[in-house]
Design a protein around this ligand. Structure first.
Ligand SMILES: [Zn+2]
Length: 100
């Protein structure tokens, strides 16, 4: 897994920048200021991971239906882990790409 780079100036983005960019609506390169767009592949990975997470949560609540605190903690920890690994599967493009 690698961190993304700016498609305009080829500057590698560090973990913190990429992590913070995932919360921004219009992320920009810190060095050249060009707009960064998520690639179709990157969006598909995010969608896939979200669906897998929901399935895992569904399985866990099915296995432990009476343990509400465990289920809430499980989904919280899973969500935090997903946010933390997001920069490693983020790829940028210099133009907006279609979702599919
Ligand atoms: Zn740049």
């Amino acid at each position: 897994m690698m961190l993304p780079e700016c498609t305009n100036c080829k500057q590698s983005l560090n973990y913190k920048e990429t992590f913070l960019n995932s919360f921004k609506l219009k992320p920009r390169c810190r060095k050249c200021g060009s707009r960064l767009y998520l690639t179709t592949k990157s969006r598909q990975k995010q969608s896939f991971i979200s669906v897998i997470t929901l399935i895992m949560w569904g399985v866990m609540t099915g296995l432990f239906p009476h343990n509400l605190i465990f289920n809430i903690l499980f989904i919280l920890i899973l969500a935090i882990l997903i946010f933390l690994i997001t920069p490693f599967y983020t790829e940028y493009s210099n133009e907006e790409e279609p979702m599919f």
